[in-house]
Design a protein around this ligand. Sequence first.
Ligand code: PLP
Length: 375
Amino acid sequence: MHGHIAYLDHAATTPMRPEAVAAMLPFLTEHYGNPSGSHAAARHARLALDDAREEVAAALGAQPGEVVFTAGGTEADNLAITGVHARRPGTVLCPAAEHHAVLHTCAALGGRVVPTLPDATVDLDALADSLGPETSVVSVMLANNEVGTVTPLAEVAAVVRQHAPNAALHTDAVQAFAWLDVATLAAPADLVAVSAHKFGGPKGVGALVVRDGTPISPVLHGGGQERDRRSGTHNVAGIVALAAAMRATVATRRDTVERVAALRDRLADGLMEAVPGAVETGPRHSKVAGNCHLRFPGVESEALLILLDRERVCASAGSACASGAIEPSHVLVAMGLSASEANSSLRLSLGAASTDADVDLALQVVPKAVTQLAD
Ligand code: PLP
């Protein structure tokens, strides 16, 4: 066991699944054609792209023509919100606990932020009060990246349809796909964003579902790929790997959720027992299986992360996408936590690759490190 690294930061990114690596390699070597061309090499790439599109569409509960490949989750969120707003100018709304890819895009369009409940899901009453005929886009995430809570999207959609008949509903399902049946849960949304590297695919590739009838302008202008919704030469290897990672994720999702939830429960329960005063953030029953989020009052999470890193435990204090920030996480603040509560938090996020050995090491290292810092 000596030298084992407990990688507990799967919400930041995941190791690639071997199936995804194997799927992409031929498109980095012999099959390098540009799918927009008209010769044999191009056709080979085109066929692979078409197959991947069908697979991704099925996994997301969409039609192949509704899938737009992007360079990741951030671009998918930007395209959804900015692209629809360009065609339907009006007010853009999102809850305060969204990822910055959504929050900052809404801010750039002069949008409004809706309060969240203590569990990080949107306050539906406040949402209803904010909506109107002038609302053009509402963006509500399916699973939160920091505390893992899952939003009941059907309830959100009912409120949006009732109070904002002209609005499109976008959902950031980037953190959801590894754990949840996005095809079903995101069905009430007009737009759905995913990112391959959160479920065993490569970084820098994602997809946006744009349901037929949803008006959208491109954000990237150029050669007119993706039916003019996203220009740029296709990242064929990445797209093929995205589809392979989706296939592997969907095929094993039920078993993975059961196994990882048990690991997470052992980790969370063990740490709560070993560290007096530790507090769990958010109700566990409404979290995705891989999320363990705790607070250790009086302990600086930045210092804790350094000690954990020395002992080979990879964790996060908040969102890795906002690395370097010592300010309290906006998600925890949106949940009503004080700055000092937020700054004493630790996110341990498990994934399909997590094992008992990872949990064992964390259970051995985290309580010691917390005790050392609390002294
Ligand atoms: N949305 C959520 C909820 C995320 O967790 C992330 C990444 O951390 C993103 C969007 C951005 O995705 P990407 O890293 O593919 O740009």
